[in-house]
Write a protein that binds this ligand. Structure first.
Ligand code: TRP
Length: 320
């Protein structure tokens, strides 16, 4: 079955290896079999911070990451929130379909509020999941490949689609969540790899930067390297990373390192990561920032046509 796949990212910083193994690799695969949209979720940046910050720079960086890992603009429509006003117009009727209680009990929103550094929680914090429903439904998305934290937002989307169809007319498919298969990648301190924790290896890091990051990674004092997720999370994280890059099992790599200790482990990981990133770096070097912006401009045009058509259908169904 041919799906319409929609997924996206907030342009808040560099994508890293956790993103790659968590979702980007899967996107590159899906683009060959399905109709695919990838969203640069620029308006979503202001959900948990006051200002969009270096937004243009982050958008260009995100585009370069996408193109470098092999998303093909001939196959994928890459577009951004701020270029599609019709998305915002879908938000209004969609908001009428969900209750305040439903908005307030979204676990991902609660978690973001708990970690927020803002003085006040904005209305957007509670309503952006409905805007995200518009992201998914404007193109009649049927499959949403994302991490587990996005599950509640896909649930909101399903609710909105079902209720719109019941209340007005059957306009929307009810999309499905597609969870990544790869385990959550640990960062260089043993915690979840995340740009905000500063423990990540960016896809755009040079070979030297990568080596320096891995040199500083946390390990332990036991010279015998073993793969033990529960008792040695830092070492296990590094072995998992090497395993993913080499397409091999982490336990096997641990056996080979044996009594080599942290130094040998880090050498193995550095080589594996650098070899893995080499073709991605090569592609990135071939793409100019102007080319990347052209890709976005073309994607915006395509996505907007789709959004205009869906908004027309929505207005019709509602009798406006
Ligand atoms: N909320 C997602 C994130 O923070 C980004 C996003 C916005 C998204 N709209 C989407 C993901 C629609 C999937 C589908 O990473």
């Amino acid at each position: 079955m041919r799906h319409t796949v929609l997924t996206g990212d907030r342009p808040t910083g560099l994508l890293h290896l956790g993103h790659y193994f968590g979702t980007l690799a899967n996107r590159v695969k899906l683009q060959h079999e399905h109709t695919m949209y990838v969203l640069v979720a620029d308006y979503q940046v202001i959900t948990d911070r006051d200002l969009p910050g270096e937004i243009q720079q982050h958008i260009t960086g995100l585009l370069l990451d996408y193109l470098a890992v092999g998303l093909d603009p001939a196959k994928v429509t890459i577009f951004q929130h701020s270029a599609i006003p019709e998305l915002n117009q879908l938000l209004l009727p969609f908001l009428s379909l969900v209750s305040m209680a439903e908005l307030s009990r979204n676990p991902t929103v609660k978690d973001e509020i708990a970690h927020s550094r803002q003085k006040a929680v904005s209305g957007l914090m509670f309503t952006y999941p409905v805007h995200q429903a518009a992201d998914i439904l404007f193109c009649k998305g049927t499959l949403v490949p994302v991490g587990k934290d996005q599950g509640p937002h896909v649930e909101v989307t399903r609710l909105v689609a079902r209720r719109f169809n019941e209340r007005y007319a059957p306009v929307f498919p009810v999309p499905e969540l597609l969870l990544g298969e790869a385990p959550v990648l640990r960062g260089l301190d043993g915690g979840k790899m995340s740009k905000s924790r500063g423990n990540a290896i960016p896809l755009s890091a040079t070979a030297d930067e990568t080596a320096a990051l891995i040199r500083r990674a946390r390990t332990d004092a036991d010279r015998l390297i073993t793969f033990d997720e529960d008792n040695r999370p830092e070492v296990a994280g590094l072995l998992t990373l090497a395993g993913l890059c080499l397409g091999r099992s982490p336990a096997e790599i641990a056996d080979e390192i044996g009594y080599g200790g942290a130094a040998e482990l880090k050498k193995t990981v550095t080589e594996a990561v650098n070899e893995f990133l080499a073709p991605i770096r090569r592609r990135r070097a071939e793409i100019s920032e102007a080319d990347a912006r052209d890709v976005l401009r073309a994607g915006n045009t395509r996505a907007r046509e789709r959004a205009v058509a869906t908004l027309d259908e929505v207005r019709d169904a509602m009798g406006f």
